[in-house]
Design a protein around this ligand. Structure first.
Ligand code: SF4
Length: 229
């Protein structure tokens, strides 16, 4: 499983399927922003982070221009990552409460973090055709993550992408399509549970649409399911 996953990771890192996103991610990496001027940006598609044999799989949207596109790790170097890794640490899925960069010693415990789109999009908004182009990588990762028991979809786009993959693979549950909401949970076939959460974007966290207790509730639930409480 691990070597297949690593092969897929290499394929993702080299991908240039979406011209608009390739141009954007490389432009950002060249031009940078003032506070990170001295840093070398990653500037490529950002692969999944964590353990392919995990029971918890988290699906985000896309790397941020000066976050994942700079650091090379999902949810790293931006505010939404601060929320995510803090919650994962609180519930025993990470060995540290923060993700800073590829050599910071952070390790996931029974957790894999991935995304619908692997290249940073302008304004954090991928086009539908870019979501479609990248979804195959997510499908392959989910297929390889054979021990998964809980999938947390962060935001509506991740939720929709998971449902499309699930249905395309011929599964019978999730018909009719459930409505996206924070804290939704669905028991699927093969013992898998899907949980929906608002994305910890600044748009959601700064407006109070998503609070820390609301976000932590998602990971408390995932922990309870995985630990059999
Ligand atoms: S968004 Fe996905 S499909 Fe498009 S170029 Fe990046 S890695 Fe490739």
């Amino acid at each position: 499983m691990r070597s297949e996953f690593r092969k897929l990771e290499q394929k993702i890192i080299q991908c240039r399927k979406c011209p608009r996103l390739v141009e954007w991610r490389e432009k950002i990496a060249r031009e940078k922003t003032r506070r990170f001027k001295s840093q070398e940006y990653w500037g490529r598609p950002v692969p999944a982070f964590g353990r392919p044999d995990a029971e918890l799989v988290i699906i985000g949207l896309a790397p941020a221009a000066h976050g994942g596109n700079r650091t090379g790790r999902v949810f790293t170097g931006d505010r939404s990552g601060d929320w995510l890794y803090d919650a994962l640490y609180q519930y025993g899925f990470a060995n540290r409460p923060a993700s800073i960069g590829l050599d910071d010693g952070l390790a996931m415990d029974n957790c894999l973090i991935t995304a619908v789109v692997r290249c940073a999009p302008p304004d954090n908004k991928p086009l539908p055709e870019e979501v479609n182009a990248c979804r195959e990588y997510l499908r392959l990762e989910l297929k390889l993550a054979i021990r998964k028991r809980v999938v947390v979809a962060l935001g509506r786009i991740a939720f929709d992408a998971f449902i499309k993959i699930w249905r395309a693979d011929g599964k019978r549950s999730l018909f009719p399509k459930p409505a996206f909401r924070h804290g939704g949970g669905w028991r699927l076939s093969e013992g898998l549970i899907l949980i929906s959460s608002y994305h910890p974007s600044q748009q959601n966290t700064q407006t109070g649409k998503l609070t820390r207790p609301m976000f932590h509730q998602i990971f408390a639930l995932a922990r309870n399911i995985i630990s059999g409480n």
